[in-house]
Design a protein around this ligand. Sequence first.
Ligand code: AMP
Length: 393
Amino acid sequence: MSRRTVLVLNTGSSSLKYQLVDPATGEALATGLVERIGEPTGAFKHTHDGETVTSDDAVPDHGAALAKVIATCAEVGPNLAEAGIIAVGHRVVQGGKYFDSATLVDEAVLAKIEELIPLGPLHNPAAVTGLNVARELLPDVPHVVVFDTAFFQGLPDAAATYALDREVAEKYEIRRYGAHGTSHQYVSEQVTQMMGRDVKQIVLHLGNGASASAVVNGHAVDTSMGLTPLEGLVMGTRTGDIDPAAVFHLARVAGMSVEEIDTLFNKKSGLKGLAGDNDMRGVRERADSGDPVARAALDVYVHRLKKYVGAYAAIMGGLDAITFTAGIGENNGALRAEVCEGLEFLGVRIDAERNDSRGGPIQISTDDSAVTVYVIPTNEELEIARQAAALIG
Ligand code: AMP
């Protein structure tokens, strides 16, 4: 049978990340990234068949970025005309209350994503640009949008609702939408498969952005990100949970504008705000060599995570599995050990040797641990490709 592939696009404000994926085998036939779009020098990297080509030529806009990807595929492979592309799968962060699954793009869907920009101001504009450009340059294949919020669309009302005046909340569509849903769905499905039964599980997606989810029998029952990806865990540059009164205080006492506070909370806080570095590797190294500022930042990071694990175990009325994923979750064994330390009362027992090993999927709990703890590499591109392929049929 001839190959069927999905071109997965993740468009950022100045970047375009792509992968040509075979959803049946999970194989990535090409991966690449165009960065610094619109800047005097670009940064481009394309990998196919173990060979990587790079370039720092200027890339004026997203249209030029995708054209460059298509031209590079023609030059060094894979040949897109022969790759059997059945769909282009687009990652979109905010689907609001309108999208609970992968959706074929048409004018109405595009208009809805644009309409949702106020709820996803940092991400949805780029997705719209990516969709417009890709539909123009690849007009003969169906385009499918996969929303970061979709997996959490079915959250119980009690988890999705803020205790805010109902009229205000409804008028302005203020509720908890969650994010990183594609990753939480992919990882939680892996866990269900590995355990071979329905489970109560917590997924900790710890990357530069970070989020936790509670999933019962395949359905998300809570997640740490809220109206926007700002809520919840301590992240690379985001505060996570903070008393909203801090906003009033900064406005009244420090005279800061809404934009300044937005930037402070989203871009200058988290590990960066606490330790001056949003990269966990650097913070960990400093903490290990005795830097008290870095150690204090890690303490806040770990404390928040433990709080969510305990809360989610309580919400679910039990716990069968905890899974660590994304850059930090997959690579930082010391952090995993710190999060699990003291959770023996929940039935969590970590095997230090397993926790030290690299790669995954791997079980890092002991065989007699009541809660199975895993490290599972996330693969959002594969999940998007699978969902797009399933929709196309
Ligand atoms: P992501 O957003 O999933 O790419 O994750 C980025 C985060 O993962 C950054 O904070 C990195 O410092 C962290 N990370 C990546 N590799 C490692 C590693 N080997 N050890 C510790 N942290 C890592």
